[in-house]
Design a protein around this ligand. Structure first.
Ligand code: B16
Ligand code: MG
Length: 218
C-alpha cells in the first residue's frame, strides 16, 4: 500500500495529556458528587468535551439545563488548562517528532485529527505546529469520534482519498472512526484495549516510517 498522507490523533499519540483530562474530570466529578475512575476516563479517550460531560452527568443521574452544562464544561477546561499550560517540547511522546519530520522529508502529507479544542495551543507548546500541513480539531467538527467526520475533513483538506491516508489513534472510539471512514489505521497502545485495529504498536519509539510499513505488511 502506498500512503500519500498520515493523520495523527493528538492526546495519547503525540502527547500524553490523558492524565490532565483525568485530573480535570475528576475535579469536576468531585464537585458534582459523581464517582469517577480511571476506567471512566478510558471511556472518554477521543470523546469530545460535551459528550464527556454527558457521560459524567448520566453516570451521576444528573439532569441539568444547557447554561449549567456550559458552565461545567468551562470549569473542566479551566482545570485542564491549568495542568496543560506547562506542556513543553520535551513532552512530545518518544519518536513522534522524528517520524513527523521523516514523513515530511518523504513528501507524505501530515494532518492532525483530534477531538480537542485545545489542540493548537498544545502543538504550539510542543513546538510541532509547523510539522502539520493541516489541522482538524474539536473546533471544526460537529460529530465526535467514533463518527469519522474529523478524519474525513483532514483527508479532504489534504485532497487525498481516505484509503491513501494512514490514521494513528490511541482510542477505540478513534479507531472505530477511522475504520468507519475507510481509513487504514494503526493503534497506538495495547492490543488488548484496541482490539478492532489490525495493527497496534506500543508507540513510535524505535519506529521509523519503514518500520510502520513493515508492520502493516506483516
Ligand atoms: P478538549 P484526541 C480528545 O483528544 C481527548 O482524548 C479526550 O479525552 C478529550 O475529552 C477530547 O479530546 C476533548 O478535549 O476538552 O481539550 O476539547 O485524543 O481526539 O486528540
Ligand atoms: Mg487520543
Amino acid at each position: 500500500m502506498v500512503f500519500k498522507a498520515c493523520i495523527f490523533d493528538l492526546d495519547g499519540v503525540i502527547v500524553d495529556t490523558a492524565a490532565h483530562h483525568f485530573v480535570a474530570w475528576s475535579r469536576l466529578a468531585e464537585e458534582l458528587g459523581v464517582p469517577f475512575s480511571h476506567e471512566d476516563n478510558e471511556q472518554l479517550k477521543g470523546v469530545s468535551r460535551v459528550d464527556s460531560l454527558e457521560y459524567l452527568l448520566n453516570k451521576g443521574g444528573l439532569m441539568l439545563d444547557p447554561a449549567t452544562k456550559l458552565k461545567l464544561m468551562y470549569r473542566k477546561n479551566a482545570h485542564y488548562l491549568e495542568l496543560a499550560r506547562n506542556t513543553e517540547p520535551a513532552d512530545a511522546l518518544p519518536g513522534v517528532r522524528s517520524l513527523l519530520i521523516e514523513l515530511r522529508s518523504q513528501g507524505i502529507k501530515v494532518a492532525l485529527g483530534s477531538s480537542s479544542k485545545n489542540a493548537t495551543m498544545i502543538l504550539e507548546r510542543l513546538d510541532l505546529l509547523e510539522a502539520f500541513d493541516t489541522l482538524v480539531d474539536g473546533n471544526h467538527i460537529t460529530l465526535s469520534k467514533p463518527d469519522p467526520e474529523v478524519f474525513l475533513m483532514g483527508a479532504k483538506a489534504l485532497g487525498i482519498h481516505p484509503a491513501e491516508c494512514l490514521v494513528f489513534e490511541d482510542a477505540q472510539a478513534g479507531i472505530d472512526a477511522a475504520l468507519a471512514g475507510g481509513f487504514p489505521v494503526v493503534g497506538i497502545g495495547q492490543v488488548s484495549e484496541l482490539s478492532r485495529a489490525k495493527v497496534v504498536i506500543p508507540g513510535f519509539s524505535n519506529y521509523k516510517w519503514s518500520d510502520v510499513l513493515r508492520e502493516l505488511e506483516a
